[in-house]
Design a protein around this ligand. Structure first.
Ligand code: NAD
Length: 285
């Protein structure tokens, strides 16, 4: 492919997507915008983008592909702005956000103007941020969820997949609603639990300093994700509220059951709790 790609938000995800697109389509011109000037300059110096644009409006004018890789709140705001800008009629707009319900609603304005919006979520990342953390291979073999709404043409979905081919990710199409349920179960809710475990350890460490010293190995492994950006995770929770409240209710019920099993010293019940979890865990790919 050749043409112009405008990447808005040149952090870990936007930077890594730019690198993957440039690698697969060397002819393409990648125009980057970041509200943090220093980060945009870094992206240019590192060769992640070909040119910087002083404003979103100037950057998107000639774009064949527009990628929004900013926090989800900002994505909604920028989509509303794009709806008032001059875009090429056949350009594709996509995002990289971790939730899809509200962004898809916001994108209705673009669809009404005949502009194709296809939500996207590359399911790889890290707790690092900024252009300096971007990596060409970040998405290799990871799932990349695409959440086109009904009116989106197959040809446009394929065009987006070709643009993103250099990610070497596995694309999966899901509805925006299913996306938010799936990621709620396997990513967002576990994140709350990881942070909750760390907060519990912190609480006990105030009275018992050995807690911090001993919190190595397994504890560090299962709580690694608690080091991620609080801003990003605040937004994710607020954008996936309904799903997360339901999961939280189910979890509380489950924990009450486990508590009752322990209180009743129910050996069989406790064994069964761990055995059922082990069986499902062992079957995971
Ligand atoms: P990041 O902090 O590394 O990068 C975000 C960049 O966006 C920053 O450079 C910031 O300056 C810029 N930015 C913020 N608001 C802006 C605006 N209004 N206009 C222009 N630039 C703006 O974050 P990231 O990890 O790259 O996350 C970007 C998106 O990708 C988020 O929506 C996140 O939910 C999603 N995502 C993150 C991960 C992950 O593990 N980090 C994985 C998949 C998807």
């Amino acid at each position: 492919m050749n043409g112009n790609v405008c990447v808005i938000g040149l952090g870990l995800i936007g930077g890594s997507l730019s690198m993957a697109i440039k690698h697969e389509h060397p002819e393409v011109n990648i125009i980057g915008y970041d509200r943090d000037d220093n980060n945009a300059h870094l992206a240019k110096i590192l060769g992640i983008i070909d040119e910087m644009t002083p404003s979103i409006e100037m950057g998107v004018q000639e774009a064949d592909l527009i990628i929004l890789a900013v926090p989800v709140n900002e994505t909604e705001r920028i989509i509303a702005e794009l709806a008032n800008m001059n875009l090429k009629q056949d350009c594709i707009v996509t995002d990289a956000g971790s939730t899809k319900g509200s962004v898809t609603k916001a994108a209705k304005k673009l669809l009404d103007m005949g502009i194709t919006f296809i939500g996207g979520h590359p399911m790889a990342g890290s707790h690092k941020s900024g252009a300096g953390a971007a990596k060409l291979q970040l998405f290799e073999n990871a799932f990349y969820l695409l959440t086109p709404t009904e009116e989106i043409l197959d040809a446009d979905i394929n065009r987006l997949k070709i643009w993103l081919k250099g990610t070497k990710a596995n694309f999966l199409l899901v509805t925006p609603e299913n996306h938010d349920l799936l990621t709620g179960v396997i990513s967002h809710f576990p994140h709350i639990i990881a942070s909750g475990l760390v907060k519990q350890a912190e609480h006990y460490s105030e009275r018992n300093p050995l807690v911090s010293r001993l919190a190595a190995g397994g504890f560090r492994d299962i709580t690694r994700i608690a080091s991620s950006s609080p801003e990003m995770w605040r937004d994710i929770l607020l954008h996936n509220k309904t799903v997360l409240i339901e999961l939280m209710d189910n979890w509380i019920d489950e924990m009450v059951q486990v508590k009752d099993l322990i209180a009743a010293a129910d050996r069989v019940g406790i064994y069964q709790f761990f055995q059922e979890a082990k069986e499902f865990r062992d079957e995971l790919p």
